[in-house]
Every structure is written in C-alpha cells, then in structure tokens.
Design a protein around this ligand. Sequence first.
Ligand SMILES: Nc1ncnc2c1ncn2[C@@H]1O[C@H](COP(=O)(O)OP(=O)(O)OP(=O)(O)O)[C@@H](O)[C@H]1O
Ligand SMILES: [Mg+2]
Length: 456
Amino acid sequence: MNINIENFKQLTDFDNILVCDEHGVIIFYDVVDLNVLKQIGLRPEDFMGKHITTFYKNLTNENSTIMRVIKKGVAVTNEKQELITNHGNVLLTVNSTYPIIENDRIVGAIEFSKHFYTKENIQSLDKLAHHKVYRRNNTYYTIDDIISINPKMEIIKNRIQKISRTNSTVLIYGKTGTGKEMIAQSIHNLSDRYGGPFLSVNCGAIPPNLLESTLFGTVKGSFTGSTDMPGLFEQAEGGTLFLDEVNSLDIYLQVKLLKAIEEKTIRRIGGNRNIPLNIRVISATNEDPDTLVSEKRLREDLYYRLGVVQIDLPPLIERKEDIESLLTYYIDFYNNNMNIVVEGVEDDVLECFKRYSWPGNIRELKNAVETAFNHTSLQRITMEDIPKRMREFNQSLPVKSNEHGSQSLKEAVEQYEKEMISKELTNMNGKITEAAKRLGISKQLLKYKIDKYQLS
Ligand SMILES: Nc1ncnc2c1ncn2[C@@H]1O[C@H](COP(=O)(O)OP(=O)(O)OP(=O)(O)O)[C@@H](O)[C@H]1O
Ligand SMILES: [Mg+2]
C-alpha cells in the first residue's frame, strides 16, 4: 500500500473524530482537544447512540454535513459550519466528511472536525479553566475573576486598578476565604510587574528559622550544611512577594523584614554583600491589624511599613447580594470543569444560601457548589444535594413569615438575635469572649444562646 505521509499530517490537525451509522446515529466519538468538550458541555460517552442533530440547536438533516454525505454518498471537505449548542454556545468548525461504503451500500459516515475559537470563547475558557498553564507567572487570578456587585467590593476593585500603578506595599485584611490571595494576584497581574514572578509564602506554615533562610537566602559555610541559595526576596526580583499570614511572623523576623523593606536591600544569612531589591511586597492577615498591634503581636512600625495601602475585605455575610451571582458563577465553573450540565438550584436552595452564615466565606460557597455537583442527579440542585451543615443551619432558623403565616414577635426577635450572634462569631473567628464583648452580653449568656441556636 502506498501511504502518503502528508495526509497523515493533515489528520493530526483535527480536534475531533466522529463516526455515524447510516441513520446518522453516533457510534464512535473521540477528541484530540479537550476544550471541544468544554465548549459543548458534554462527555464523549454522551454522544454514543444519539442522532447527530440532537446536539446542536441549528443542525438539521438538511444542513448537517454527515446527513448530506450519508444521503448522497459523496465526500464533503473543508466545509465551514456554525453550530449552536443546546447551552447556547456558538462554535465554528471546519469539517471533512466521508461516506463509509460497504458492498456498494452507504453504511455510515466519518467526520473530522477542527474547532475554531472566537475571542469570547477563549476568554471564557481561560476564566473557567482556572489553570496555571494559562499564565506563566504562577498566578491563577486577574481582576475579572473577582465576582461582586457589592458597593464596598466595587470600591476595592477600583482601588486595586490605581494601586497596581505604584510600588507601594499593600496589606490585605480579610477572614478566611474572602479572597486575599485573589486580590494580591490581581494587583500583580494589573501591574507592570505581571511579566515578573509572583511568589507567595505562608509565614504561618514555616518554622521561623527555616522561614528566615527561605526569605533571605544563605551563603555557603554560614552554618553546617548551608549552600549558596537565593531567598524569595531575590527570586521575586522584578515581581511581587506575597507574605501570607504575616500575623504569624516571629518578632525577630519582623525587625528583619522592616529593615529589608525600608532599605530595599537584603543580606543573605552569613553573607556580607547587600543585595538591592526591585520587588513589591503585598501581605495578608486574617486577624484585625489594630488588634495585632494593640496586643503587641505586630510591631507598629512594621504595620505602617507593610500597610501603606490597606484593603479590608468584607466577609460574605456582609455582602449577601453577591451570593446569587457567585452561585451562578460556580455552577458555570463546575459545569465546564466536570462536563456535567446543571441548570441551577431550587428556590429553597437559593433561600438557604442567602440565609446561611458562611463562616468559610467564598471558599465555603465554592465548596458547597462542588459538593452539590457530586450529589445531584437532576438538572437542578436540591436541598438534599447541599452540605449537611447548611441544611441543619437552615432548619434551625425560624420559618420565614411570608411562607407560613405571620411570624410572631418572639420568632422575629430570635431570628434577628441568631443572625447577629452568628455574624459576630464569624467576625471574631469563633472567639466567644470577644464576640460577647462586641454584642454587649456576658460570655455565659452568649454560650447559652450559641447552644440554644446550635451555632457551634
Ligand atoms: N470575589 C470572588 N469571586 C469569585 N471567587 C472568589 C472571590 N473571592 C474568593 N473567591 C474564591 O474563593 C476561594 C478562596 O479565595 P482566596 O484563596 O483568595 O481566599 P483567602 O482570603 O486567601 O483565604 P485564606 O485566608 O483561607 O487563605 C478561591 O477559590 C477563590 O477563587
Ligand atoms: Mg489565602
């Protein structure tokens, strides 16, 4: 047999291969490029045994390349087609379709397609794929990933546009899961430094002596077994160094850090050479900086140095208007990541999401949607699919007045009290003494109420 290698090269240029029987029912489907499936929102096995025209809104027996080839027995090559998925995504493909002929009878067709992406397609894939390969500087997030309609968050988004033009230090304060890392990466990606590295270190996760060498680097012979090693300050040259959980930093290291930022130089441990720095320092804390300073856990001079610009991220409970858009965003996100088609949530699920206290903030919401995707067998997420703690929280709240007759004064007061306590507990990281102080009640009474409303 005479094999023409050029034809084989052409075949590798296709993104998916599809074989149909004589009726147009798919009997084989394979993809080279997984993005094709993300665009269509289906798994390969979803195609099997179904008629080709069922997958696209605008595909008919008349305009489908497959159906025409089966009917006429003549190949169609390099034909452009615009397809609209049942989801409403528009795809542009170029198809080459050949009849399969056995004993002079057309028994089916084979189609090779190449998919073309419009600018909008690529932007949405990039956003939804959330994968490091999309950016070379070690980051996942840009300002466009910050979903919010809350006025405070809008102001923060405006501020980070301005902040990104300067080199000033930024201190981000927010409870767990409020988006501190997201903000830090967005500033980096908006700045001229975006081509440089974004290096992140969790000050609370590394023991102090190791953290010192990780940050400042070492020279050979400075202590047993030490080698010439640049620290993160040096490695972040031209980019951004993100000091996460800076509230956990040891006092000795706080002095060293202050000096490095003020003088814009460092010395490696055991070294005698001053190394100049061209980096931006962004830090984050999940504890209130004023409390840290008053409790002498954060040096005041370092606080002013780190927080030339301070961003306070509100917890999700203070931006309840974002819950619905975050929910829609993450349903879309997991539809694309898991190739499952979930259309939305039942009304009571939305209601429950809006009433929940969200101690884990946006991370918890994202995880709750992921949990629901793993449980749901329908196209709409039901109360059965969401995490148990959310269901229990919801059940412990008094029924809403508009649903079940009018609410008594006692019930309304209890509901208000419960929401206030749960909000303060979230604000104070679950610390009962502090929450009681802020609520103006005794610790004992607060404990009693936590028990009563099952808030622990
Ligand atoms: N405004 C937002 N829009 C969409 N997703 C968000 C938003 N804020 C946070 N997230 C998502 O929530 C998760 C937690 O965000 P991030 O890691 O930035 O929080 P964090 O404040 O650094 O949390 P921790 O204190 O626990 O480190 C991430 O998956 C992020 O994508
Ligand atoms: Mg973080």
